[in-house]
Design a protein around this ligand. Structure first.
Ligand code: ATP
Length: 253
């Protein structure tokens, strides 16, 4: 049985006159990792950003169609984009900790969203978030050190801890390992598998191997169109569309 978290219906995304996403409809399930793959410039990141209205921050970007979170239209006038981005969190390509302490990196979001009753409560949230991101043991004795002093892989786990600290429902990841070495990448991939028990996860990746390792569903994009979407194992072993097959067999990319 599927448990749909996000539904996109006939979504187009424009940058000025240019259409970057053309009529994409997709259901994204709870409890699963969904990977977006496709050649550079096919619109993966653009579509990902439409799922939590990050495109609102780009001056000439425009989204049409419908995106529903638990059946609720995220582009409705009544939807507060800041509250939405707490529910649908995002982790970026390059780790981007705030220039603050490790503790403050985590505490910032819960504080602005009023999620902690006091210091003791905040300490619990900080510990829980860092534990979920697999970072607690490495940083528990230096919570006042700057987040930027951590290694790249640790910084990315700090950013994941920051996203989970506000109790999101969905986590969007835009090539979260592209700046990391193979060992740090493996840790993030393990973490993604743990996190999917709690959050719906959508990951954009350049790496087909990574998509095959971490995801249960894969959507293949090409030239702004979602060509094919299905079970990851099917997409990689038995794609329906010739364009998918050409991509996964390395004919272009
Ligand atoms: N801020 C922007 N303004 C104008 N055009 C943009 C903007 N961002 C992306 N585009 C264009 O939209 C198209 C889709 O880009 P997007 O970054 O979403 O693709 P992508 O599949 O994520 O690519 P990559 O894998 O290289 O990151 C491209 O033609 C790109 O040039």
């Amino acid at each position: 049985m599927t448990d749909i978290k996000l539904q996109a219906r006939n979504v187009d995304v424009y940058y000025g006159q240019k259409k970057a996403i053309d009529n994409v409809s997709i259901d994204i399930d709870n409890g699963l990792v969904t990977a977006f793959i496709g050649p550079s410039g096919c619109g993966k990141s653009t579509f990902l950003r439409s799922l939590n209205r990050m495109n609102d921050t780009i001056a000439d970007a425009r989204v049409t169609g419908e995106i529903l979170l638990d059946g609720e239209d995220i582009y409705a006038a009544s939807m507060d984009p800041v509250a939405l981005r707490a529910r649908v969190g995002m982790v970026f390509q390059k780790p981007n900790p705030f220039p603050k302490s490790i503790y403050e990196n985590i505490a910032y979001g819960p504080r602005i969203h009023g999620l902690a009753q006091g210091k003791a409560d905040m300490d619990v949230i900080v510990e829980k978030s860092l534990t979920q991101a697999g970072l607690w043991n490495e940083v528990k004795d230096r919570l006042n050190d700057p987040g930027t002093a951590l290694s790249g892989g640790q910084q990315q786990r700090l950013c994941i801890a920051r996203a989970v600290a506000v109790s999101p429902e969905v986590i969007l990841m835009d090539e979260p390992c592209s700046a990391l070495d193979p060992i740090a990448t493996a840790r993030i991939e393990e973490l993604i598998d743990d996190l999917r028990q709690t959050y719906a996860i959508v990951i954009v990746t350049h790496s087909m191997q990574q998509a095959a390792r971490v995801s249960q569903r894969t959507a293949f994009f090409h030239l702004g169109v979602m060509v094919e979407y299905g079970e990851t194992s099917e997409i990689f072993t038995n794609p329906r569309e010739a364009r998918t097959k050409d991509y996964i067999t390395g004919r272009y990319g």
